[in-house]
Design a protein around this ligand. Sequence first.
Ligand SMILES: *Cc1c(COP(=O)(O)O)cnc(C)c1O
Length: 426
Amino acid sequence: MHTDDAVIKLIKAEEKRQREGLELIPSENYVSRAVLDAMGSVFTNKYSEGYIGKRYYGGQENTDKIEQLAIDRAKALFNCDHANVQPLGGATANEIMYNSWLEPGDTVMAMRLDHGGHLTHGHPVTYLAKQYNFVRYGIKNIETGEIDFEALRATALKEKPKMLLVGFSAYPRELDYAKFAEIGNEVGAVLVADMAHISGLIAGKALKNPFDYGFHIMTSTTHKTLRGPRSGMILSMGTVSNPLKAPDKTVENLPTLIDRMTFPGMQGGPHMHTIAAKAVCFYEAMQPEYQNYAQQVIKNAKKLADSLMERGFKLITNGTDNHLLLCDIKTSFGIHGGVAEEALDAIGLTMNKNSIPNDTEPPFRPSGLRLGTPAMTTRGLTEDHMEQIAEWMLQGIVHRSDAKKMASLRAETKEFALKFPMPSDV
Ligand SMILES: *Cc1c(COP(=O)(O)O)cnc(C)c1O
């Protein structure tokens, strides 16, 4: 057997980096050995274009069962009528979702990108922005994170969006889904929740589920708080039918419209090894321990927020309801977010520079720093460890030009990290 030493060396080096550092990027996590094993399984050898019982190739007795397991578990976990587990990632899931309901030129209402919305919510650099007309809502008060529902309703009444999209990559507060649904229904918009960041916290019942408030569609990644393989999914309410031609665009037909747009509309063969890993991840998320995990992620984030604020960090909305924190580094320390990111990286704390609402700095040199607790909670950290992390963050920023002090901080964080095994170790 031949081995590719160059690649094995890099895998080992990455494993060491992950093991010895404190991972605070809010969109990252550590998966279990079972998820890794499914990803590395022989399902990667198999083509399964189509859907269960309707494939374009033979030999599907196992793939059909694995996809059915993933679908059943996703539906149970999120309490919805339909799950399409074939989307290859979060961005792809969103593209499929838009295209399944909208026609080119249609209007979508989504969160301002500088208030926490994602690239795929119509950033001007994306192809989506050429296809659809994106209009915006945002935060009314940065001190509380309160959404400006009055302005949202006025824009909705004027622009008559076909879709109202909620969800974010950098917003630390819980969303008032009922209020969004009320306004969306008033203008006849389909209600979509992009829960890429928080689907794990919803599955773990630590945050509200948009389907409980009349939302029609939920898109998500499966690798952020959900702690599964790097991939995506689209969940929906409605009835699955099996028409020979595209069904009418009614809300009841959303599951069928989504399935047809996923395949053959936009994708080819689904990644069955990843679908197997999604089935494992959903199984893990259905266990009682997972609810403890989801609760702990939020407890840790709140404690970390308090510990940072005590040390002079200004936090956007002055705290958090979920897993993520957004620091206004420029106001706190007079430096850009990127300078803090680099300093903290040097002492083994990984997080990312980020724009803050109404940022006066350009996106490539933003004022903010975004961090979160999902990965470190998976490693086993609790509230008791958050003061220490906050203190390291302060020290790392303050002493960023003192090489000797930085080296000793790095040694401390490494010794600390090594006490907490990666879940894939077992
Ligand atoms: C991460 C994210 C995505 C995109 O997921 P990818 O798997 O990176 O394509 C989409 N929407 C939101 C809100 C996200 O945070």
